[in-house]
Write a protein that binds this ligand. Structure first.
Ligand code: ADP
Ligand code: MG
Length: 698
């Protein structure tokens, strides 16, 4: 194991291994299942299971698990060993096709939002052969989808696979209209850029807020934060470099194409980006990446924080979802082509995205909604909660020319019937200047920038794929009926631009003026919090679109609203309780001890010399006493407010109390605590400060 190419993918049952270990017939059948979604018969499954087991055992595995992504947001696994007793008292290692295809974890301990009625307490997992099995530790992990016996999806992968399927189906209809008879599938791909913080384990252990909630609930502004801009792309510290080296190695062994790593804006903040791949694999890989990051950090005496806002005063962490769609023949449908016809096709797909993002702004917002991410969106460090599309000047000019029937001035080449010249290839540097846009065209892909760092990318891509599939469905319905294809195409593109140009915004998304314009003039949605947006998942237009495409059932949507709002309420409730606890047990006693000692010092000094003013001690005692009173009062206030949660009629009302009462009270409570931290001697303060934590890794 010396060079990267020697060990890349060594823990993956990938195409190379399949080819080497399966007979030609079996390999061909399996490939058909993977590439074309053909059903797998049990004979083939048995042969694949046998080969998989032999490969896994020879690579040190003793167990296998169906690896899946329940609605908790983390991955789940239940390990079974391969052993099976033999009549002579020994064991043999066994693994059947049935065990490969289907598992039956006890579904009752995973959130189902009421989907799993008591009569169907069990759910089952089903192998997703399009994502390769892999070995983690001593366990063969088989990527699976997780459903209830009633057939409802209890996970994020099932709807993701469905959304990829519908997108492919609708995109193929369009491609056929443009004369492409050869493409068999259209696949969406994603490259997620993952941000995270690294701090030492020592600092982490000393902060109950980090341990219980993943973020700090207190902490005064440090003397130095990110204002010098000296961390972004700066030299990577040795401790971090060692971590990254190890992390890359572990990811590469799992066939994850970790490619770019650099420091981010905030101190202690970093980013890792893989090379993009098929969406469901990218989703699995991103989940694994987050898990491995945390494991590798631990080995280095560090903790990797994936929370969206671990620290106030410095930027939080997000995830950029770079998304494109391409045919199985490798044609990127979001890349302007070389011929007028390809250009028209590009414009149609572009319009499909514009229409999708405008029609389903709410679904995109919902897909990134968590209590943690609410701290970022609209806080001038991440895109606002209002969704808009950045296209860049060049592409914008093309669309304006089409809308107004004026010639596009960009190039001198032949004009086409559609009314535009051959489009230029859009270079990244002309399209990627705007960093404040939630949804930016970057040359041959869109970058959706609202995701939180801990989010599964599944949700965002389910909504994106489905909404674009819906635009394409509407287009295909119309174009298939048209007598004059080119005229219909031209009309439709023009119509889309007219109807949906309100979603296009090339200016500064952080500007308050934009939010006012977006909401008041353009009528765009501004759902600031999870509590605001989540119930809209059940709006009629959303339910109609998602159910008619077959991506979700109504029951699945209802269950998701419940689960997401429950997560929101639970996260904030835990935070509030942690705050109260930290104040009673540590902060208030520490300040009191410090003030008592100050008072004692002052009186001892005065005993020596009654003329001494002792103004330092006296003033500090006074200030801290006032702050302590405020802290105690606000803590009691928060404590009382928590009681109201018990009287909430339903989860929607509970989430509104969280949004309107609990969160504001928590912010209020934090202020005097942070002021007291600044005034209290370091030797008395019970927790490491922001300065200690953010600059802890050497
Ligand atoms: P940035 O400047 O935002 O870091 P990069 O060009 O480095 O942009 O790409 C960021 C991510 O986008 C990477 O994961 C990369 O693999 C991915 N990416 C590049 N091309 C595509 C594409 N056609 N579809 C999806 N993702 C892509
Ligand atoms: Mg990016």
């Amino acid at each position: 194991m010396s060079t990267v190419s020697d060990y890349f993918g060594c823990n993956v049952f990938d195409d190379r291994v399949m080819r080497a270990t399966l007979s030609a017939d079996i390999y061909a059948s399996l490939r058909k299942t993977i590439d074309e979604g053909k059903e797998l018969d049990i004979g083939v499954a048995n042969a694949v299971a046998e080969a998989m087991k032999n490969w896994a055992v020879s690579n040190g595995a003793t167990h296998y698990t169906h690896w899946f992504q329940p609605l908790t947001g983390v991955t789940a696994e239940k390990h079974d060993s391969f052993i099976s007793p033999s009549p002579d008292g020994s064991v043999i290692m066994e693994f059947s096709g049935k065990e490969l295809i289907k598992g039956e974890p006890d579904a009752s301990s995973f959130p189902s939002g009421g989907l799993r009625a008591t009569f169907e307490a069990r759910g089952y997992t089903a192998w997703d052969p399009t994502s390769y099995a892999f070995i983690k530790g001593k366990t063969l992990c088989i990527p699976t989808a997780f459903c209830s016996y009633g057939g409802h999806a209890l996970d994020k992968k099932t709807p993701l696979l469905r959304s990829m399927e519908v997108l492919s189906r609708q995109a193929l209809r369009i491609l056929r209209l443009f004369g492409n008879d050869t493409a068999k599938r259209v696949v969406s791909s994603v490259g997620p850029e993952q941000e995270y913080f690294l701090i030492t384990k020592e600092m982490y252990d000393a902060r109950p807020d980090l341990r219980f909630t993943g973020r700090t609930l207190f902490g005064a502004k440090p003397p130095k934060g990110q204002e010098m801009d000296d961390h972004y792309f700066g030299v990577i510290k040795p401790g971090v470099a060692e971590f990254m080296e190890d992390l890359n190695k572990e990811l590469w062994k799992l066939g994850i194409l970790a490619k770019t790593e650099h420091n981010e804006v905030a101190p202690a903040q970093h980013e890792l980006a893989p090379i993009y791949t098929t969406t469901n694999i990218a989703t699995d890989h991103n989940q694994l990446t987050m898990e491995i990051m945390q494991k590798v950090a631990e080995k280095h005496g560090l903790v990797c924080l994936l929370h969206e806002k671990p620290f106030a005063w410095v930027n939080g962490s997000g995830k950029h979802n770079n998304w494109s769609i391409a045919t199985d023949e490798g044609q990127n449908l979001l890349s302007p082509g070389d011929t007028p016809y390809e250009n028209a096709q590009f414009l149609l797909f572009l319009c499909a995205v514009i229409k999708a993002v405008d029609d389903y702004q709410d679904l995109l917002r919902i897909s990134v909604a968590t209590a943690g991410n609410d701290h970022r969106l609209g806080a001038n460090e991440a895109p606002p909660a209002v969704i808009s599309i950045f296209l860049g000047d060049e592409l914008n000019a093309v669309l304006e020319a089409i809308e107004n029937d004026t010639p596009y001035q960009g190039t001198k080449r032949t004009r086409m019937k559609l009314g535009v010249d051959v489009l230029p290839k859009f270079k990244k540097d002309t399209t990627d200047r705007n960093r404040t846009s939630p949804f930016a065209f970057t040359g041959n892909k869109f970058e959706f920038r609202m995701l939180g760092s801990s989010n599964s990318i599944a949700c965002a891509n389910i909504m994106l794929n489905s909404a674009v599939a819906e635009s394409l469905r509407i287009y295909a319905d119309r174009l298939e009926q048209a007598d004059d294809f080119e005229a219909a195409l031209r009309d439709m593109i023009k119509e889309t631009i007219k109807d949906h140009k309100r979603i296009i915004f090339n200016g500064n998304g952080y500007d308050d003026v934009w939010i006012t314009e977006a909401v008041e003039k353009r009528g765009l949605l501004n759902y600031r919090t999870t509590a605001d947006c989540m119930p809209h998942l059940l709006d009629e237009k959303n339910v109609n679109m998602l159910t008619s495409l077959g991506v979700f059932t109504v029951e699945e949507l209802r269950s998701r609203v419940d689960i997401m709002l429950e997560n929101y309420c639970k996260s904030v409730t835990i935070e509030a309780n942690t705050m109260i606890n930290m104040i009673h047990k540590r902060i208030a006693p520490a300040i009191t001890r410090f003030t008592a000692d100050l008072a004692k010092q002052a009186s001892e000094k005065k005993a020596l010399d009654p003329d001494l003013a002792c103004s330092y001690e006296t003033e500090l005692v006074q200030k801290l006493s006032v702050l302590t009173d405020a802290i105690v009062e606000k803590t009691d206030d928060l404590d009382d407010a928590m009681l109201a949660l018990q009287d909430a009629e339903d989860i929607i009302e509970e989430s509104e109390i969280i949004r309107d009462v609990i969160l504001p009270k928590m912010s209020e409570l934090r202020i005097p605590c942070d002021q007291a931290e600044l005034l209290t001697s370091k030797s008395y303060w019970p927790f490491p400060t922001y300065g200690d934590i953010l600059f802890s890794v050497k």
